[in-house]
Design a binder for this molecule. Sequence first.
Ligand code: HEM
Length: 409
Amino acid sequence: MTQTNEEKLSLADGRLPVYAANPYALYQRLRENDPVYWDERANSWVLTRYADVAPALRDARFSASGFMEDISWIPDDMRPMLEPPIRALTRQMLFMDPPDHTRLRGLVARAFTPRVVEGLRPAIKQIASDLLDHAQAQGHMELIRDYAFPLPAIVIATMLGVPPEDRDQLNAWSESFGALLDGSNLSMENAFLALHGVSEFIAYFRQIIHQRRNAPRDDLLQAMINAEEQGDTLSEEELLGNCVLIMAAGHGTTLHLIGNGTLALLRNPRQLQQLKAEPALMPSAVAELLRYDSPVQMTSRRAKEDMQIGNKHISEGQEVTMCTGAANHDPAQFSDPDRLRLNRPENRHLSFGLGIHFCLGAPLARLESEIAFHTLLRRFPNLRLASEEVAWESSLVFRGLKQLPVLLD
Ligand code: HEM
């Protein structure tokens, strides 16, 4: 049987310019064509229906582990340098199953309480205000560089207790980590470069942790070092891996929520007007902005046993990509899904995942973005896009803008 173009559609087509601007059109075609399909180019099953993605995220028959376990591709002479960072990366809670995941998440969550997050409110407001003072003084703003990037970067660096002046370096390392997570598009050379960046990232934290053991301070990193539950502690490798995760997850994603969210608001002036008139709408608005154009579009797991999804047989060991971005725009779950509706009721979006790996930083991300949008709109009520043309990052997993030039008044 000859394949039609429709049958050959792949998630990888998300890199075509037309779908980079609007991946939801691609997801819709994939969902209508075959909502549970084997994607040759992605080497994975792909789920695009909300009714399949949400239960799969909670399904204990899937494993999140196995990330980078196969290191056979690394030449022998590079192993001594690259093995330690890889080992630390595999100790991140995101790539663990119970019972290890339960223990690690419990330990880190104790250092990441709602009280700690709420306590950051005044500091986050101050950071947002200072950044906008600076932009106002300049008279123009590139919103990603001047606001969406530095705000969460300063917050997470302050929270962890690393010097804010190291943040450009930390960002470069976080990007290396992101590139590894999104490995689908990595050449061998870039994989080495990314791993090298991550090993420097880990060496940096190793040094800070050693300093802390001699001179404790009062911050998240110290709380993680001290975390102890029923006599259990985080090993140094677990500590390092999860510092990298929190630093990288804590800032790349929130950056894109502020960027994608501002773009969505500016492109939907009536919704923006409503938000300005009713600031109490903000929590619901942030949920809708997360659903409408999420910074994380998909995640994947491996089947621990043979199983059936829809009318397809999935074999043990096969990878399954759960396309949360597609589920967020599934008309069977969300009425008129491509429309931004800041007061959307019953908004059970999947942008923070679901189940045991549900985003640990969700309360912080919500608080940061609520403050970011509120401060931005209050300070610059005439904020406008400087251009209708925008450029997107090339990743399929993470969705965000390269730049967003805006006019302030
Ligand atoms: C808008 C911002 C954010 C989005 C969209 C987001 C999204 C996600 C998603 C989808 C997952 C689950 C991934 C999976 O199931 O494979 C996740 C997990 C996680 N996120 Fe976030 N995140 C955001 C902000 C943050 C922040 C600010 C932090 C920390 C400071 C953070 C830390 C984590 C951690 C530690 C996990 C792993 C949880 C686990 O495995 O149990 N995230 N995030």
